[in-house]
Design a protein around this ligand. Structure first.
Ligand code: AOF
Ligand code: ZN
Length: 360
């Protein structure tokens, strides 16, 4: 199962909104076939493992990180091929919460006389598929707040200069992360200040994420780099009824998709935005600030994970922007807390990441 989990990783950034799945076929303690789900719409892990078999899998054991599907989606049911190939035993990692499967895949195999065991390595596998597990059950994207700051907690100098806070290696890692999520979100203030492209550069064969700009009044100029590249990489502007028809038409003419969201305290409602992005099959978002937008996401309880890069630099400035602005909390006990925290070094910088503890 560990090997199957390792194989599943290769699908990262290519299979969304599908799960990461790996499969290994074993006979008499030897691996005779391996496969993984490599891209959305492509064959499932089980079929790939059968295709790569070096000998007849009749009577062998199949290890698969997710319950085999039993429905016709973009591909035919995996249960069919498992029966056809005469597999004797199936070891399942996670049960598939997809309502189309949800235990029915395993029941079908069992009823056909196959020995089925589930719940192998589930903790590790649930972590690996945290994006899928949230999306398939809520239809809301998994949100990762990413930030890069100095040791004194600033994301730019008081002048707005932010090139660069962290070193080259950390910045390269951010580009790799962008390829992993289906969407990147930034606020209009950040786009105005930095004129970023928000694409993924220097990662071979990567899939470009959809760029989402939260801009209530649709105030951004169609001349920004992000909009000028709308033809090559999709852009969505999330706005409220505040946006004038003329502004929206200008953006639409530049190839930008505009998305009307309900309002919350005069701004785009974050839950409504996420719901609408989920409807558009966007299962995951990398939230790249600025501080006001990050605060709105956190206040709405809509951040699932935080990744921070911290540069060993001190820049000072009471006006210098920080990763989370808004009003903030009054008391320490109200802090948003992280669990399953991990940390390490990347180049000169330090990274720290964790899952957001959900408020009760
Ligand atoms: C598996 N093995 O490798 C994957 C599964 O549209 P489709 O045919 O690709 O089906 C997608 C659904 O199938 C997805 O939502 C999830 O429930 C399951 N994915 N199942 O047995 C795989 N990728
Ligand atoms: Zn399948």
């Amino acid at each position: 199962m560990c090997r199957a989990a390792e194989l599943a990783e290769h699908g990262k950034g290519f299979v969304n909104p599908n799960p990461l799945v790996g499969a290994v076929i074993v006979r008499e303690g030897r691996i005779i076939g391996e496969g993984f789900h490599a891209r959305y719409g492509g064959p499932h892990a089980e079929r790939e493992a059968f295709r790569n078999c070096t000998e007849d899998p009749r009577g062998a054991t199949l290890y698969v990180t997710l319950e085999p599907c039993c429905h016709y989606g973009k591909t035919p049911p995996c249960t069919e091929v498992i029966l056809e190939k005469g597999i004797a035993r199936v070891m399942v990692g996670l049960t598939d919460p997809n309502p189309l499967v949800a235990g029915k895949g395993m029941a079908l195999l069992q009823n056909a006389g196959i020995a089925v065991e589930s719940g192998v390595e589930t903790e590790r596998l649930a972590k690996q598929n945290r994006v899928f597990l949230k999306y398939i059950t809520t239809r809301m994207p998994w949100v990762v707040l990413k930030t890069a700051m100095t040791l004194d907690g600033k994301i730019a100098a008081y002048t707005g200069d932010s090139k660069w806070v962290t070193g080259e290696e950390a910045r390269r890692e951010v580009h790799r992360m962008r390829a992993e999520y289906m969407g990147i979100v930034a606020g209009s203030g950040t786009v105005k200040a930095d004129d970023p492209l928000l694409n993924c550069r220097g990662v071979a064969g990567c899939r470009q994420p959809v760029r989402i700009v939260v801009d209530s009044a649709a105030s951004l100029s169609p001349d920004s780099r992000i909009f000028r590249s709308a033809g090559e990489q999709p852009v969505i502007v999330a706005h409220t009824t505040k946006a004038g028809a003329d502004k929206l038409e200008l953006l639409q003419a530049a190839g930008v998709n505009t998305l009307l969201c309900t309002e919350r305290e005069g701004r785009v409602s974050i839950p409504d935005l996420l719901r609408q992005l989920g409807e558009r099959q966007i299962d995951s978002l990398l939230l790249e600030g600025g501080g006001e937008l990050n605060a709105s996401f956190l206040n709405a309880g809509m951040v699932d994970e935080v990744v921070a890069f911290i540069a060993p630099k001190l820049i000072g400035g009471r006006e210098a922007p920080t990763p989370v602005e808004g009003t903030g909390i009054a008391n320490m006990h109200e802090a948003v807390r992280l669990r399953e925290v991990e940390s390490g070094k990347i180049g000169e910088d330090v990274w720290i990441r964790g899952l957001v503890e959900k408020r009760k």
